[in-house]
Design a protein around this ligand. Sequence first.
Ligand code: GRG
Length: 300
Amino acid sequence: MSPTSSAAIPQYLDKQRLQVDAELERILPGAGEYPPSIHQAMRHSVFAGGKRLRPILCLESGRLFNGDERSLRRLGCALELIHTYSLIHDDLPALDNDDLRRGKPSCHRVFGEATAILAGDALLTLAFEIISEPGAGIEERRLEVIHDLSHAIGTRAGMVGGQVVDLETAGHTTSAETLDYIHSAKTGSFIRAAVRSGALDAGANPEDLGRLSAYGGRIGLAFQIADDLLDVTSTREELGKSVGKDDQQHKATYPAIHGIEESRRIAVQLVHEACQALEPYGDRARRLQELAHFLIERTH
Ligand code: GRG
């Protein structure tokens, strides 16, 4: 039986987040560095808040195979830069047109649309500069991470592909299969890649990688189901972003297609399967199992 999200998880997450934030501070150009407008925009969105879940998943996955802490931390930060790029672009008027992100005005509201587009591009680019920096890790492993990650955020069942289908199906009747494609591609593939990246960086063998992929794929989908549920059950204050938008935009979501109770049941089942995939590691995988539970129990 896997552990549920323990009482100690909030303190654990805070500690990890502070470590990630300190590394992000070392990575991002200073606000006054020339040209300042773009650096201020990048910093605004990265440091607006954020749970740092993808870096923490990368760290824990790598720790399972005794990976190097600094290498994993910088890799995790690169994931956070990519994640923040996707949020900035997602909020743009041409996409979700959102004024609020991480409890703060979205990037384009503060810096204008052109700078926000460029800030997203710059964060994505900086991420790959960090992943490929000299001495970052064992070169062959880093190449594999770059390949894996690029695929996960691209158009073939990756983040951008999922976003495209999400946009194109809004307002139309969508099947449960298409919804699964959207969620697994838009959100799940990147979360799965975050988990895999830590394992790859730490030199996990193919069998281990298979287990971590099974875990990552399931928590990735469960995470987006939880996000759909929060959009109908939470508040703007608690989430730090708009709520009820999926319904307003006639988006396909788990609660809309499966109902709230069934969506919760499916998310719990996915987390159960994710935890089961890690059972061969016994107590060493406890943090990853707790994180899986946290992803669906979170309130923001
Ligand atoms: C390339 C023009 C262009 C746009 C790209 C790919 C894309 C737009 C957007 C990605 C899709 C996206 C934003 C999915 C939502 C995933 C999601 C639930 C994000 C929230 O993640 P959390 O809860 O956020 O981890 P924090 O703020 O805690 O980091």
